[in-house]
Design a protein around this ligand. Structure first.
Ligand code: NAD
Length: 497
């Protein structure tokens, strides 16, 4: 397709499309290998990005390793690593409007939300982890179980950076995810190679230009773009990469876990989910109904913790189902830059067709689409906010992560069934409980298999709160003090006086 006229594009500054390698913006070794970047709101081609090769990965990892081993990096004051992040935060802040527009163009995320949430998360994330750089904890240990003369020993632990970190990120929060990997890695003294999703690399490439401007030492942060099966896999297998910080699908996470067994890399895997929104009979429905709708329809359902199963106690089931269905029907579908849009497009035609296929499969098995159940009109990759009812526990639609604006409503007749139904999934990422009864809220929260349980809210993420999942939702936690463990390893030092 011909490129649209520049004037037809929203006012964005496209990145130069160069890789950040060893402190310079460079072409990949084979610059002819490209990936077309398309605007999900219109389906139009915007530009192309490099499809790197494993040879580019080698260059990036070698640079990150050189920097990690250098005296300059090892002896840099932790606060000065924090200052690098602060300088980048200022630059991102200065370019926030431009970065938000670029992100919305690339991903179809609504511009108002991208600016208010994604960019703020990015700026705050840089500042938050800048603060951690000077607070890497260690412990003094009193020996006694095995040594005969404890008084003549001194023992302590210190936390050492794991080494070169590969940050591999998905397409639903591109710039935020890049920072979620980069900022703690740098704060705790690691060096980084980032590989954004091939669907949404533009803001990470632009970030590379700002990282250069911020004056990071050569090799501290490197950026390669390309496909997961070659560039991602090359990072996962590279012997000099010591840790994979991955966010993405469970299938890819499983592949990464298997592949890292050989080199015993450390991993944090932030994967998929099938998170329940649980509405109890005594909930404040004026809050619970819009809350349940927002839990699934925000970001067109492309949130790992999306409340994709709506479990409702029988006395209020009909009201909640009707309320959420009414919201689904009235939400306005549209492009990322239209201020009236409430639900934007899905990331790709393939993802839209996948969502449509799962819903059609469910309907063929007897599910009823109370709202939606069809693609949206227009050139972009739209799918209508959808509410499914009449489900049986074994239906794929109720078991698989859909990653679209589709919620499965289930009536819970017996309160004793709530926990078995909520936990009837191999995932364990998020859950919300809507109730006025504090005792029930906490008793249920205690039994739910999820990394995060929200009470009377959903999808509130904070950089200070550990984030991650159980079961097929992943391994490890990021954010907050959990990041110390994710990016460092303890070293015990023991001395005899
Ligand atoms: P994906 O797994 O297809 O891709 C994620 C990243 O992995 C991309 O950069 C991709 O290129 C790369 N990749 C693919 N194959 C690889 C391989 N063999 N080796 C190394 N890297 C490889 O995921 P996606 O479709 O981009 O993102 C959607 C998924 O991400 C959903 O399942 C969602 O739930 C999950 N997600 C989880 C969280 C969380 O924190 N738990 C947050 C956001 C998204």
């Amino acid at each position: 397709a011909p490129l649209p006229e520049a004037a037809a594009l929203p006012k964005v500054r496209l990145p130069q499309g160069l890789l950040l390698l060893d402190g310079a913006l460079v072409e990949p070794l084979d610059p002819a290998r490209r990936i077309a970047v398309r605007d999900p709101s219109t389906g139009q081609t915007i530009t192309t990005i490099p499809a790197c090769t494993p040879a580019d990965v080698d260059r990036a990892v070698a640079a990150a390793h050189r920097c990690f081993e250098s005296d300059a990096w090892r002896s840099m004051r932790p606060l000065d690593r924090g200052r690098l992040l602060e300088r980048l935060a200022l630059l991102v802040e200065d370019h926030a409007d431009e970065l938000a527009a670029l992100e919305s163009l690339d991903s179809g995320k609504l511009i108002g939300i991208t600016r208010a949430i994604d960019l703020q998360f990015t700026i705050d994330g840089l500042r938050y982890f800048a603060g951690w750089s000077s607070k890497t904890p260690g412990e003094y240990i009193t020996l006694s179980p095995l040594v005969a003369e404890p008084a003549v020993y001194r023992a302590y632990t210190e936390r050492r950076p794991v080494g070169v970190v590969a940050g591999i990120t998905p397409w639903n929060f591109p710039i935020g995810q890049a920072i979620q990997k980069l900022a703690p890695a740098i704060a705790f003294g690691c060096t980084v190679v980032l590989k954004p999703s091939e669907e949404t690399s533009l803001t990470t490439l632009r970030l590379g230009e700002l990282i250069l401007e911020a004056g990071f030492p050569a090799g501290a942060v490197n950026i390669v773009t390309g496909y997961g099966h070659d560039v991602g896999a090359a990072l996962v297998e590279h012997p000099l990469v010591r840790k994979i910080a991955f966010t993405g699908s469970t299938a890819t996470g499983q592949r990464i876990l298997a592949a890292t067994a050989k080199t015993m890399k450390r991993v944090t895997l932030e994967l998929g989910g099938k998170s329940p929104t649980i509405v109890l009979a005594d909930a404040d429905l004026d809050r619970a109904i819009p809350g349940a709708a927002a839990a699934i329809f925000s970001n067109a359902g492309q949130i790992c913790t999306a409340g994709s199963r709506l479990l409702v106690e029988a006395p209020v089931y009909d009201r909640v189902l009707e309320g959420v269905a009414e919201i689904a029907q009235t939400l306005r579908l549209g492009g990322a830059f239209d201020p009236a849009t409430q639900v934007g497009p899905l990331i790709s035609a393939g993802q839209r067709d996948r969502v449509a296929g799962i819903v059609e499969g469910g309907v063929a098995e007897g599910a009823v689409a109370v709202a939606g159940g069809a693609t949206g009109a227009g050139e972009g990759w739209f799918y209508r906010p959808t509410v499914l009812a009449g489900l049986r526990p074994d239906m794929a639609v109720l078991r698989e992560e859909i990653f679209g604006p589709v919620v499965c409503a289930v009536q819970v007749a017996d309160p004793a069934e709530l926990i078995p139904i909520a936990n009837d999934t191999p995932f364990g990422l998020g859950a919300s409980i809507w109730t006025r009864n504090l005792d029930r809220a906490h008793l249920l929260a205690d039994r739910i298999n999820a990394g995060t349980v929200w009470l009377n809210t959903h999808n509130v993420l904070d950089l200070a709160m550990p984030f991650g999942g159980n079961g097929l939702s992943g391994i490890g936690r990021e954010f907050g003090s959990a990041a110390v463990h994710a990016f460092t390893e303890p070293r015990a030092v023991c001395m005899r006086l």
